[in-house]
Design a protein around this ligand. Structure first.
Ligand code: TYM
Length: 382
């Protein structure tokens, strides 16, 4: 198995940091995650190749939101040669979609637009049914539909976007997941995911199902079509399994490009669908979203007088990071904001209002596109 693949998830130095596909907690040390997971940092060489290919760099790359990868360079090499490849990403439908989920999808859409390629999008309704006791099969199927509307509302090319519901899995998906499952032992998934005797057997099989779309484009096209998976780094354990079995199945190892966690609006922590007051859902009423933003945790001082005198701290401010990672792509504006925040020239109320306006505009447009997506959503499932 690859470097880092079987490392225990925690040691004494990072006891407060937990990053698994099901749980993210504590202060995240991304350099440490790169070491522990055995991934690569996105370095200058990758950025300059990407810049040449795309004619510029997306702000999520420029600002290090996408910070790590596995074999992204092999995909860039294919782009340079004009060889085929495909995008693969997904969502576990456990609730409504948040801005956290949307952030890697926006980058995925950018890659689809730049390279004009197919996207395979998996909805792991099986995983969420198996993992969350309170969810019935009907619940997860309904959420699959709801989340699929969000995927299409992002603006992916519907002709080049193929949604997969695991519950309604195709013959190709079924056969691929069996081929993976046959090559992965319980001892491997236990080491990678920390499964125990109490884990239900569906969850133990699930890594094979999540690995299957890595190979689906090649199987459908009957030729080499390796995949690039844009996602947050929490999903990397799945790709270690997929990469391990790939050569034995006669496929390329999937590549990954990983982002950090988009913050929730509370003090510390990622935006998470299980924390409704600090998460913004794509289905939130814009006025509710505005209220959440106006209650956000900032790096401000207790009084206006102190803030004017001493300045505030953008580094711990959820409003600043929401703008930095998602809502303010203009580098000059974000730099001005950082400086005027530190100098006490701008107060938190003004900044929150600015973010709230952007969030409301995003939600209004997204919700319109979500409605339109209802007409085509069924035809995009494979
Ligand atoms: P899920 O539903 O937990 O997450 C969906 C996608 O959103 C990313 N993500 C975040 N990214 C930035 N900031 C956050 N706060 C944040 N929260 C979640 C996740 O990394 C993921 O990219 N098992 C998967 C579904 C899946 C999948 C895939 C995901 C199947 N195949 C391929 C990515 C790639 C899941 O439950 O994702």
């Amino acid at each position: 198995m690859e470097d880092g693949a079987r490392k225990p998830k925690q040691d004494a130095a990072n006891l407060d940091m937990i990053v698994t596909p099901w749980e993210v907690k504590g202060v995240i040390d991304y350099d440490r995650l790169i070491k522990d997971f055995g991934t690569q940092p996105i370095d200058e060489a990758i950025l300059s190749r990407m810049k040449n290919l795309a004619g510029g760099l997306h702000f999520m790359l420029r600002r290090g939101f996408f910070f790590s990868h596995r074999d992204f360079d092999l995909i860039l090499e294919r782009c340079e040669k004009g060889a085929p490849w495909a995008l693969y990403t997904g969502r576990g439908p456990s609730g409504q979609t948040t801005l956290g989920h949307v952030s890697p999808w926006i980058f995925t859409k950018y890659l689809q637009d730049v390279f004009n390629i197919d996207l395979y999008f998996q909805l792991t309704d099986d995983e969420k049914f198996l993992y969350q006791r309170e969810l019935s099969l009907q619940d997860v199927e309904k959420l699959t539909y709801e989340n699929a509307l969000d995927v299409l509302a992002i603006g992916f090319d519907p002709k080049k976007t193929h949604l997969i519901s695991d519950i309604r899995m195709s013959r190709d998906m079924r056969e691929l997941s069996l081929e993976v499952a046959k090559r992965v032992t319980f001892s491997t998934v236990r080491a990678v995911f920390g499964f125990t005797n109490e884990t239900n057997i569906g969850m133990i099989y699930h890594p094979a199902v999540q690995a299957a779309p890595c190979f689906l484009p090649s199987r459908i096209a009957k030729m080499d079509v390796p995949t690039l998976i844009p996602c947050a780094i929490d999903q990397d354990p799945y790709w270690r399994i997929a990469r391990d079995v790939a050569p034995r199945m006669g496929y390329h190892k999937p590549s990954g490009v990983y982002c950090k966690f988009f913050p929730g609006l509370g003090e510390g922590g990622k935006m998470s669908s299980s924390e409704p007051e600090t998460a913004i859902y794509t289905t939130d009423d814009p006025n509710v979203a505005r209220r959440k933003v106006m209650n956000a945790y900032t790096g401000g001082r207790p009084t206006i007088e102190e803030q004017r005198r001493l300045g505030a701290n953008p580094d711990v401010c959820t409003v600043f990071w929401s703008l930095y990672f998602l809502f303010e792509p203009d580098d000059e504006k974000i730099q001005d904001l950082r400086e005027s925040c530190k100098a006490g020239e701008i107060l938190c109320g003004e900044c929150k209002t600015n973010l709230a306006e952007k969030v409301v505009t995003f939600l209004e447009e997204h919700q319109k596109r979500r409605e339109q997506a209802k007409k085509i959503v069924e035809s995009t499932f494979i």
